[in-house]
Ligand binder design. Structure first.
Ligand code: SF4
Ligand code: SF4
Length: 445
């Protein structure tokens, strides 16, 4: 198989980064890749999707990796997984990997082990330069579920119209379920026994980086990995509800410039020049003359360590940095003085954040359920609301019209193959009820 043929299969199946980023996967594959790193870190507390996939589909993932290595002409693949999760991998398959191009690397149980820059360092020893991406050091990083989706496209011709999602937090039982893309989150919770979420709020993603769900309107997408429930009064929720204006006012009044947010920043500790306290000061005091401080926000990955583990003043440098990063990206401002660190800062080792410490600091210990029976089930919604933008890049354009009858897995929208984007498929058999540039609504009847 040629690279172009594999890219086409991946594009036609609508595969994007399933870990949350949503980058179109066919655009990641390129000839310069020497090492493929499988992101099996699943470093956000409470998330269990990758656990399910390692346990059930490890051999399929290995087979798919071999195809990708052949097509790319890459030297090796490294499976980056936390030591505590090694028990999930089939021991016979593991033994068979000895001496092959695929190896398994145990990475430390710290947060954010799954951040691309951290993962590449932990698995290969390479530090991705500031403002660069893994391919700049000959590496491609791919998420476990994304690999599984490639397997389904290659072997079974399946398109991405369902998503594995972990339901956890303030619920009776944690479950990992397979949900049709476009199903309303409210309907999903009703189906699994939570029809009334009064007094609770839901996070889409992990407790560190996830976003607050609009329970009336939001739907499951190709990047939904976890839906975590917390009481509305919990700090995980309160932190997300504060308006940016209030955050900035509080920062301008209460930041004591202690630099602890910078001291714990994983990107700073790997040698990048991001200084979070300076970004915060520049943003909250509108110090527009300090352009370098503003531009450093583009080095932020939004991991939240500065806010949860660094700041003792209950400020939110994570949100302020990410907001500044968004503004810079929209206006097209870029740093030009990016550096390529040759080694992490010497203090890094002593400042890694153990997952257990993070769980306690977040105040979510009581939601970590050790011995739960995990349940896998299918859903059959009456109506799905499929967004045209579930990925990085240009939204897809509908190719169906109201009244069309469609089958599950059928192509309903696409972005031009040359643009950054992907294809979108129906997640149920049904009739198209509404088409606009934001979504396609399909009902069973
Ligand atoms: S969120 Fe905070 S700790 Fe994480 S990369 Fe951004 S500035 Fe650093
Ligand atoms: S840790 Fe908090 S108080 Fe200290 S510099 Fe950072 S934002 Fe300011």
């Amino acid at each position: 198989m040629t690279l172009e043929e594999l890219q086409k299969i991946i594009y036609d199946a609508g595969i994007v980064g399933a870990g949350g980023a949503g980058f179109p996967t066919h655009k990641k594959l390129s000839q310069g890749v020497k090492q493929v790193i499988v992101n099996a870190a699943e470093c956000e507390p409470l998330m269990m999707v990758d656990h399910h996939i390692f346990r059930k589909h490890f051999q399929s993932i290995i087979d798919t990796l071999n195809v990708i290595l052949d097509v790319l002409g890459a030297e090796e693949a490294i499976f980056g997984i936390k030591g505590k999760n090694m028990y999930l991998l089939d021991s016979k398959i593991l033994a068979d990997l000895k001496g092959t191009r695929i190896s398994v690397k145990e990475i430390p149980d710290v947060y954010p082990a799954g951040d691309e820059v951290v993962l590449v360092y932990e698995t290969t020893g390479k530090i991705i330069p500031e403002g660069a991406i893994p391919i700049n050091v000959g590496v491609m990083v791919i998420n476990t579920e994304t690999l599984y989706n490639i397997k389904k496209a290659l072997q079974d011709g399946e398109t991405v119209c369902e998503k594995y999602v972990t339901i956890a937090g303030d619920v009776k039982e944690d479950i990992t379920i397979k949900v049709p893309v476009g199903m309303k989150i409210k309907e999903l919770f009703a189906d699994i026994g939570y029809p009334d979420l009064t007094g609770k709020a839901v996070i889409n993603g992990g407790p560190m980086m996830g976003k607050l769900v609009d329970i009336e309107n939001d739907v499951v997408t190709k990047t939904t990995k976890g839906l975590l429930v917390f009481p509305e009064t919990h700090s995980v929720i309160q932190r997300r509800k504060m308006p940016l204006k209030t955050m900035l006012k509080r920062a301008s009044a209460a930041c004591c410039y202690c630099t602890m947010c910078t001291d714990v920043c994983p990107r700073y500790l790997l040698g990048h020049s991001i200084q979070v306290h300076k970004i915060l000061r520049a943003a909250s005091h509108c110090e527009v003359s300090d352009t370098e401080a503003f531009l450093q926000a583009s080095l932020c990955c939004g991991c939240g360590v500065c806010t949860v583990m660094g700041c003792q003043q209950m400020l939110n440098p994570q949100e302020i940095s990410m907001n500044a990063k968004g503004v810079l990206a929209k206006k097209g401002y870029r740093r030009t003085n990016n550096i390529a660190p040759s080694a992490p800062r010497p203090e890094r080792e002593g400042r890694l954040i153990p997952s257990d410490t993070l769980i306690d600091r977040l105040g979510i210990r009581k939601y970590v359920k050790d011995k739960v029976e995990r349940v896998y089930m299918d859903f059959f919604p009456e109506t799905v609301y499929i967004p045209m933008s579930q990925h990085v890049g240009k939204p897809a354009s509908p190719i169906v019209k109201v009244g069309d009858r469609v089958k599950k897995g059928q192509l309903i929208a696409k972005t031009d193959a040359n643009a950054l984007g992907t294809t979108i498929h129906s997640s149920i058999d049904g009739v198209v009820k509404l088409v606009d540039d934001k979504k396609i609504v399909i009902s069973v009847k």
